[in-house]
Design a protein around this ligand. Structure first.
Ligand code: NAD
Length: 346
């Protein structure tokens, strides 16, 4: 039997502790150390070694791989410290805070040739995998329109932390980043965007609502609507059984994709197509597609173990995640200027 992969955690906050839980349920990996300058609680509870400085931890413990779940502004420097030591990393999203930072990490990766998987975990969800397979099999024909929604009501105390009320922490970067990543995964590269945002619901400096129009390189057009202050059952987090925190409305859809031969709702995976005859006077036939439930994060960890062992290429590479960041930059610029924007290569 292969020895379990020795994984160390950098950042033992809310997300880091979740990762520790997934590692505990995975027989092919073992958690050997955690690093967090402000809390040793996880190490105290689990009996693993604790460090306050990740470089010290990397040099002393020499883990086979690390999971980086520290604050966003430390992602790139921490990941580079791992690359320099030849240690593969699962890096939480966002990959970086800006395109410039992302470019630094891409350059370092080319220099050291050590794999990094970026934690856009939704792609590992079995429902996302099945939806992509249906689209890639051409069941929708030529994809023409995509409609996405992420709309919910964050509790007021979510905004008690000041950074969450300030630019950079709005619904676009914090939440729509996941939808944009998944829509890129389903539909291909986004070639241009237009956007409008407002802060009318909460009145904070940061936006609470956004409408984004998307042009895909394959010619499809999309719209994505997001808000963190509305009453709505429509959004991945409410519609997919993934993160326990959110109340679930599993009978509702958050994405609708339509093409020349069919239409698909996600996550229901209802595929609508014509039978014998075509045209709006004819009834559509609905095929219900099934998938086997499974935890996206747990599957992401299993994939990361393969990546760290050199048995698989990262499903979400640094370059790939940097493109989602480039789309976000373009959306913010479009909302600011009112002009259509083309995402710039990271
Ligand atoms: N994939 C997802 O859906 C998802 C969800 C939530 C958060 N995240 C990401 O996970 C990361 C952590 O978010 P969180 O919600 O756990 O935040 P958090 O504030 O709960 O945890 C961050 C932890 O990092 C620690 N930290 C600060 N400086 C550090 C340093 N120099 N070295 C090591 N640790 C340090 C803090 O003490 C804290 O315990 C963020 O990048 C966030 O974007 C991803």
């Amino acid at each position: 039997m292969t020895t379990p992969l020795k994984i160390a955690l950098i950042g033992a906050g809310a997300m880091g502790r979740q990762h520790a839980g997934y590692i505990a349920r995975e027989s092919a990996a073992t958690l050997v150390a955690s690093t967090d300058p402000f809390s040793s609680a996880l190490a105290d509870e689990t009996g693993i070694e604790h460090f306050t400085d990740h470089r010290e931890m990397l040099d002393q413990v020499r883990p086979d791989a690390v999971i980086i779940a520290n604050p966003n502004d430390l992602h790139v420097t921490t990941a580079i410290d791992c690359l320099e030591r030849g240690i593969p990393a699962l890096l939480e999203k966002p990959v970086a805070c800006s395109r410039e930072e992302a470019s630094q990490l891409i350059a370092a990766q080319h220099r050291y040739d050590v794999p990094i998987l970026v934690g856009h975990h939704r792609r590992h969800n079995p429902v996302a995998e099945r939806a992509k397979a249906i689209i890639d099999a051409g069941r929708l024909g030529r994809l023409a329109t995509v409609t996405g929604m992420w709309q919910t009501c964050k509790p007021d105390d979510y905004f008690s932390m000041e950074w969450r009320r300030q630019p950079g922490a709005g619904v676009v970067l914090i939440n729509l980043v996941h939808d944009l990543d998944l829509l890129r995964h389903f539909c291909g590269e986004i070639s241009a965007v237009q956007a409008m945002t407002h802060n009318a619901l909460r009145g904070f400096e940061v936006e609470d609502s956004a409408i984004v129009q998307l042009e895909f390189a394959n010619g499809a057009l999309g719209s994505l609507t997001g808000s963190d202050g509305v009453v709505s059952p429509w959004g991945w987090d409410q519609n997919v059984n993934e993160v326990p925190l959110y109340a679930k409305h599993l009978d509702q859809s958050c994405y609708f994709l339509a093409g020349s031969e069919g239409a698909l709702s996600v996550p229901q995976l209802s595929l609508w197509r014509y039978g014998e005859a075509r045209g709006w006077q004819h009834q559509l036939v609905c095929e219900s597609h099934r998938f086997t439930e499974g935890s996206a994060q747990q599957r992401q960890l299993a994939h990361f173990i393969e990546v760290a062992r050199g048995q698989a290429e990262p499903l979400v590479s640094v370059e790939d995640a940097a493109w989602t960041l480039a789309v976000i930059d373009a959306i913010q610029e479009a909302a600011r200027t009112g002009q259509r924007q083309i995402p710039r290569s990271p």
